[in-house]
Ligand binder design. Structure first.
Ligand SMILES: Cc1cc2nc3c(=O)[nH]c(=O)nc-3n(C[C@H](O)[C@H](O)[C@H](O)COP(=O)(O)OP(=O)(O)OC[C@H]3O[C@@H](n4cnc5c(N)ncnc54)[C@H](O)[C@@H]3O)c2cc1C
Ligand SMILES: NC(=O)c1ccc[n+]([C@@H]2O[C@H](COP(=O)([O-])OP(=O)(O)OC[C@H]3O[C@@H](n4cnc5c(N)ncnc54)[C@H](OP(=O)(O)O)[C@@H]3O)[C@@H](O)[C@H]2O)c1
Length: 369
């Protein structure tokens, strides 16, 4: 159980909420290195758990039993052990099986038979929404049997243990949205955004070590870091650590966010590092400060010649952040750079990036989610 010792917003003035947190691991025996992630077991919002209890018309202290928990009071299970902020397919199937024959049941059945339709339906609803639309009765045990256990969330650590001994720092984008006129939050990020009281709140954590996403052993090697959004997290740790360990290799950071004024995370720290010569190059891409989107991969391409020189000179290339779009686009940009600056055919450029740089030399490393 780690006490939260700092929590502040680093996106003041933005429509987005991204927060910096620090938790104390002093005396716990927990150790970490730059590149590692921290796992956090969140619990549900208390009002949501109460509301869910009301929706199934059950008493809070009735005892249920599950293979994950053994015997447990229903409210304890709803608050601490099972996912209730989003409904699952198992719950929806149980509702359908309990509904009376008719048009409503047929419609829901049709949704259940199509994976995309099911995902779309469940994307916006929790159990309360579904029970409001289709009131059916669940016994407490039946209800619990339809839920999935809460799983831990991972966060890339944004501090070096050499610079912040006894602490783990995190850079977290809060997931929030509104459906059916109710404000909703991601489970873990909602918990952090709403519940945390600095120096009071304790959260259950563990460290998930990385084998691959590590700094070069040879401290004279240059590193290029591409970390838009919360992808910046491990690179704050890397730069802190390189400075603290007097690494002589050069550091080049690519950062991207929506607006320079409100979402230039850790701007003051980068300015200090640049002044002290600990950060050699900082290249930014603010996507919404002009009409056309500018992303980190555009900046990589406009710096292609120099990137290629760094790579030829043995530099390591790191990417962290969005897996679905950003990491794929950055990957394509790297291949384009190898093609253009390395004067390779497309196929050879792909082999160089996918095989030589990534698999053989372990110089292209990713932490994407
Ligand atoms: C290795 C690793 C490192 C990571 N590092 C970081 C990090 O450093 N910082 C960070 O912020 N995150 C990081 N993440 C992501 C993090 O683990 C969580 O996935 C994230 O914080 C969301 O968790 P949550 O419990 O708040 O949201 P959840 O309750 O899990 O909900 C998220 C879901 O909400 C859905 N959603 C979003 N908007 C809407 C909407 N309008 N309507 C309906 N549904 C919606 C999304 O589709 C998403 O599936 C990392 C993940 C991994 C695997
Ligand atoms: N609601 C959610 O569940 C939710 C919300 C946000 C992020 N996420 C996920 O959380 C992770 C981190 O999010 P974050 O808020 O830190 O940052 P993010 O959403 O990844 O955004 C950071 C920057 O990357 C830009 N971007 C968008 N598409 C890109 C692309 N294809 N290539 C390069 N850059 C691109 C964004 O621009 P624009 O936004 O202007 O296009 C923004 O300037 C990601 O995995 C993301 O998918 C989830």
């Amino acid at each position: 159980m780690a006490t939260v010792v700092d929590a502040h917003c680093i996106s003041e003035g933005s429509y987005k909420e991204t927060n910096h947190y620090a938790v104390s691991i002093r005396g716990s025996g927990i150790r970490y290195k730059p590149g590692d992630s921290m796992g956090f077991y969140p619990t549900n919002d208390e009002d949501l758990a109460k509301h869910t209890l009301r929706a199934i018309g059950a008493k809070k202290n009735v005892v249920v039993e599950t293979k994950e928990t053994g015997k447990i009071e229903l409210f304890d299970a709803l608050l601490n052990r099972f996912t209730i902020h989003r409904a699952g397919k198992k719950f929806l199937s149980a509702v359908v099986s309990k509904m009376k024959k008719g048009k409503d049941k047929d419609e829901l059945k049709e949704i259940l038979e199509d994976r995309d339709k099911t995902d779309k339906y469940l994307f916006t609803r929790d159990c309360i929404d579904i029970l409001n639309e289709h009131p059916v009765h669940f016994e407490p045990q039946e209800f619990i049997d339809t839920l999935s256990p809460i799983t831990p969330r991972l966060y890339s650590i944004s501090s070096s243990p050499k610079v912040h001994p006894g602490e783990i720092h995190l850079t977290i984008a809060i997931v929030k949205y509104n459906n059916f006129d109710r404000d909703r939050f991601g489970l873990a990020t909602g918990h952090l955004a709403k519940e945390v009281e600095v120096n009071k709140t304790k959260i259950p954590v563990y460290v998930q070590p990385t084998k691959e996403f590590i700094l070069p052993k040879d401290k004279s090697k240059d590193i290029i870091m591409v970390g838009p959004g919360t992808g910046i997290a491990p690179f704050r740790a890397f730069i802190e650590h390189r400075k603290a360990t007097e690494a002589t290799g050069r550091n080049w950071l690519f950062f991207g966010e929506v607006n320079q004024d409100s979402t230039f995370f850790y701007n003051d720290e980068w300015a200090e590092y640049m002044k002290g010569g600990d950060l050699d190059k900082l290249t930014t891409a603010f996507s919404r400060d002009q009409e056309d989107k500018i992303y980190v991969q555009h900046r990589l391409l406009s710096n292609a010649k120099e990137i290629w020189e760094w790579l030829e000179n043995g530099a390591y290339f790191y990417v962290c952040g969005d897996k679905q779009y950003m990491a794929k686009d950055v990957h394509k940009a790297l291949i384009e750079i190898a093609e253009k600056e390395g004067k390779m055919k497309k196929k050879d450029a792909e082999t160089y990036i996918n095989q030589t740089l990534m698999k053989d030399e372990h110089r292209y490393l990713r932490d994407v989610y």
